[in-house]
Design a protein around this ligand. Structure first.
Ligand SMILES: [Zn+2]
Ligand SMILES: [Zn+2]
Length: 372
């Protein structure tokens, strides 16, 4: 297949502007449109060729790639015609579907060489999650090579050549049955360039495993499973390509008093049965260091939840605080002095079913079942 230069095909100068390209294409397309030539194969081939040329030159990204690499920019290493027998009608669509990313050699290369994202698990106390905290962490991962400053070569002048396998694309294509398969270039490992004088420390990668100390700001209100993205602190990219991101995964340590449900702090509060009957108050330590006083109404039942608004957990990315909840557990005395026992026995003698509605109802149902 003899390949004609796109500019020549359209009969325009290399520096032609968009208007000139469009005008040239319109004129030629009208001239050789297949409808006018009743299926003449030569004219059809010509029409296909100028459509192809126009498709590339009208798009600044494709045009830049073409100016730099010629048609190789849109083909795999083997020089195979990637358009096959798709026909000119489908040309535009197929072009952008298959070659969308390929059109931007820098973009494709950046993707291939970008450093991987990293995960770091961090465990926080409830107090730390309440206030938010600046956490010092150490990450061991691919970092920019100190020796060559990430260039990958020892000399500071021109030290990389465009990879001949992939023409600098970082990717190669191969026909597999009906499909075009794209994969990272094995020669340059996706960078698009081959190092002529590789750095001894990083062997031309421009990065090496190193320990990095970081200080990461964790906002107030995070919870188990909260993910914090630290942009650009992941693995370094290959030879100066952009770094990946670091993701902090938050885990919560158990607290000695509080369980947590979202922004609600829940404390199981054992109280004596006399306090339950007579009422009183309990004092809980707030996470902000303030005492939280919770009133116990007379006659509170075991399992009842007493809420103190605004004394709970801070709200992530928001204002205010959740609630604090005291979950009441009424304790039955297991050891009593002789005096206490005597007082209770006297108390029991005064009891009637009326004083305890729940018991009255229950024993009523029991009596019904006995049939009396
Ligand atoms: Zn190096
Ligand atoms: Zn390559």
């Amino acid at each position: 297949m003899v390949e004609q230069d796109y500019y020549e095909l359209l009969g325009i100068q290399r520096g032609a502007d968009d208007t000139a390209i469009k005008a040239a294409y319109r004129r030629l397309a009208k001239e050789c449109h297949p409808d006018r030539h009743n299926g003449c194969r030569d004219q059809e081939a010509r029409f296909k060729a100028i459509s192809e040329a126009y498709d590339v030159l009208k798009d600044p990204q494709k045009r830049a790639a073409y100016d730099r690499f010629g048609k190789a920019a849109f083909q795999n290493g083997g020089g195979h015609d990637p358009f096959g027998s798709a026909g000119f009608e489908g040309f535009s669509d197929i072009f952008s579907t298959i070659f969308g990313e390929f059109m931007d050699p820098r973009g494709a290369r950046q993707n291939a060489a970008r450093g991987a994202d990293l995960r770091y698990d961090v465990e926080l106390t409830l107090e730390e999650a309440f206030t938010g905290i600046e956490k010092a962490i150490t990450v061991e991962a691919q970092a920019r090579c100190e020796r060559c400053e990430g260039r990958g070569c020892t000399r500071s002048d021109q030290c990389a050549n465009t990879c001949s396998t992939c023409n600098g694309m970082g990717k190669v294509r191969a026909q597999q049955g009906f499909f075009m398969v794209e994969r990272g270039c094995p020669t340059c490992r996706g960078s698009g360039e081959v190092i002529t004088d590789p750095c001894a420390t990083c062997h031309g990668e421009g990065r090496a495993i190193a320990q990095r100390k970081l200080s990461v700001k964790i906002p107030a209100g995070v919870d188990e499973g909260t993910r914090i993205r630290v942009s650009g602190e992941g693995e370094a990219g290959i030879r100066g390509a952009s770094s990946g991101d670091l993701y902090l995964f938050v885990h919560m340590k158990r607290h000695s008093i509080y369980a947590r449900e979202g922004t609600t702090l829940i404390a199981d509060c054992p109280i004596t049965f006399t306090t339950a009957a007579l009422g009183g108050a309990i004092s809980l330590p707030g996470l902000d260091g303030e005492k939280v006083e919770i009133k116990i109404p007379p006659g509170v039942q075991s399992g009842e939840q007493l809420r103190h608004r605004g004394a709970g957990m801070s709200v992530l990315n928001g204002r205010g605080r959740g609630d604090m909840v005291a979950r009441i557990l009424v304790e039955t005395p297991t050891r009593m002095s002789a005096k206490q026992k005597k007082l209770l026995e006297e108390f029991q003698e005064t009891e009637t079913g009326d004083e305890c509605p729940a018991a009255k109802g229950f024993f009523g149902r029991v009596r019904d079942m006995f049939g009396g």
